[in-house]
Design a protein around this ligand. Sequence first.
Ligand SMILES: [Zn+2]
Length: 375
Amino acid sequence: MNVIRKPWLRAAALLGLSSLALLAAEWTRPIGAQAQSAANDFNDSHFHLTNYIQQGIEPRQFLQIMGTRVSRSTLFGIPLQQTWSYSNSGDFAPTYYLHSDSPLYYYSFTDAYIASVYRALSKEDQARFDPMITGFNPADMYGVDHIKRVLKTFPGVFSGIGEFSIHKEFVSSKIFGETASLTNPALDRILDFAAESGLVVIIHNDIDMPFAKQNTEPVYLTQMKALLKRHPKTTIIWAHIGLGRIVHPVQVSEESATRNPNQMEIVEAMVTDPAFNHVSFDISWDEVAKYAVATPQSIQRVVTILNRYPDRFLFGTDTVAPAGPGPYFAVFDIWAPVWRQLTPDASLKVRRGNYERIFDEGRRRVRAWEKANVQ
Ligand SMILES: [Zn+2]
């Protein structure tokens, strides 16, 4: 989603690190050659086939992009449709949520579309994809019924739900109807059903508000942790480690009077707490990759945590209907300074192993649920 790059530079500048960030960007350059080695293949835990106006690429085009370098991938659209409001933008047809002031609405047909293009593939090609249900409203007590209806209408297709969003910068406030919340029982019903059926959950929830002050506890962290703790039997992937384009990693200054934990300390506390054993984090989105490689220090922090807890992180691109291999693989290649410092074990798990473990189990359990519940 390469629309705005400057906020990242602004975040780096806020840290007084702009020159180091540029240095880090320099470092990524020679790695392109190394990326041809065997350690550059992966499974994609976060991939959008279509965009905010339900346009995109065909699975066959995506298979060509994946080639031999990507074995498997999740497959989902985007649950929200950007309205083209003539009174708002006239002849300008917005294709992205930042292109217009007009609202977004839940476009449930996305699930039927994903199921139909998946079903048109050969068995061999189908085995490379894990389609996900996204077209439900997480603020609607009936949301869970949509998910069940999709499984019953298209048995044998889906492995999980998501990426769906609760708090997302710029997006949450633009959606028609009630704003989603981590405390809404409608969301609990959805996560309860995911536990029952085995559906893998990919949830986007910003850890904090945009432009949050330093040295303050992230606004949505407490509610998010409470939600996760309420659903210990649900397999949950917290997308982007809770970060966004302008929801930058939680920072704590040296002079802070109260010592609040920073982003990496928050994540480390979660992966070491048994109450979150069912939770993993995806490191998808080029915006997240830029935070990771912003400085030699940030690279070191990320390398340390991935090497220490390699079972808890999954790589994903978060690309949206990429035009070709260039923009698709670029996201992986931004991480080059991190990849080359991971242990072989950690690298393999983050790139492939955790995906296979989590989604194989999701597939197996959802097929079993369908067998028992679909006539
Ligand atoms: Zn995404």
